[in-house]
Design a protein around this ligand. Structure first.
Ligand SMILES: C[S@@+](CC[C@H](N)C(=O)[O-])C[C@H]1O[C@@H](n2cnc3c(N)ncnc32)[C@H](O)[C@@H]1O
Length: 253
């Protein structure tokens, strides 16, 4: 039977790969890479570098799949994403049927860890549910951007015995930050923290974590929000894209 590894590759630094991930890489015949267009070529490149660096004495094939665009005509966000997943599932299924032999092993290298704001496992569920192409699935965990953020700022995410929320910039901008004393915000890049400036918060911010271009800033949100926004703007112009993650910490009462 075909086997497919979903390998968490860590959030940006090739040295975030685990020993388990390296062992898995060395069993793979075909890597499937979703190509998200020119702006994200760096992310495709890192996947290629990881293969070159860690795979020893073994030939493997790379199959690039052009990532479909989300249909902006569909106004409901969830429906739009569902439609996009359905298209990606069909493309991946076709690529696996065409390029992966019956007893071969394929892999998808997922940024960070596949459990966190990533659609790969949902897409594979769709393929499995169709039951047209049978495959065995194994998931190898990776280091998330959240763990990288905490390590680079040398902080614990939670206060003793307290909850931590992980959410998106869109949720924060919509006023849905929640009541947890600490909140990790992902998928932002547009300064959603502006909408919580009325609260007494500290921020631990990181962009391009683990990469050469890494930028770290921390302090009182009200004092450094402008500096973070300027940094985002400058880096987006220099590099064409930005990925940032941050922890918001409510001041103790
Ligand atoms: C689609 S999600 C993928 C998350 C990924 N699965 C993980 O485990 O970190 C992309 C978001 O993750 C965060 N992110 C991923 N890599 C990052 C990095 N190297 N530096 C800062 N943020 C990062 C950003 O918030 C970005 O908008």
């Amino acid at each position: 039977m075909r086997k497919l590894f979903v390998i968490g590759m860590g959030a940006g630094n090739p040295e975030y790969l685990t020993v388990q991930a390296i062992r898995a890489l060395n069993q793979v015949n075909v890597f499937f890479i979703m190509d998200k267009g020119e702006a994200k070529q760096d992310l495709v490149q890192l996947r290629k570098e990881i293969c070159e660096r860690y795979i020893e004495n073994r030939s493997y094939r790379l199959v690039e799949i052009a990532d479909p665009l989300r249909d902006q005509e569909i106004s409901d966000y969830t429906a739009r994403v569902e439609q996009w997943h359905a298209e990606r599932a069909m493309l991946l299924e076709a690529a696996m049927a065409q390029h992966l032999g019956d007893s071969e092993c394929g892999a998808l290298l997922v940024w960070g860890d596949p459990s966190l704001y990533d659609s790969t496992l949902r897409i594979l569920d769709r393929i499995a549910a169709r039951a047209v192409l049978n495959f065995e699935l194994e998931v190898i965990p990776g280091i998330t951007s959240v763990q990288a953020l905490a390590a680079r700022h040398k902080i614990a995410l939670n206060a003793i015995g307290e909850a931590v929320t992980i959410t998106t910039g869109a949720q924060v901008a919509a006023g849905c930050m929640g009541a947890a004393p600490r909140t990790v915000v992902m998928l932002d890049g547009r300064g959603a923290f502006r909408s919580v400036m009325d609260q007494d918060l500290d921020i631990y911010w990181g962009a391009y974590l683990g990469m050469e271009e890494e930028v770290l800033l921390s302090g009182k949100l009200s004092e450094i929000a402008g500096q973070i926004e300027e940094t985002c703007e400058r880096e987006r112009q220099n590099k064409g894209w930005i990925m940032d993650t941050y922890l918001l910490v409510r001041a103790a009462k």
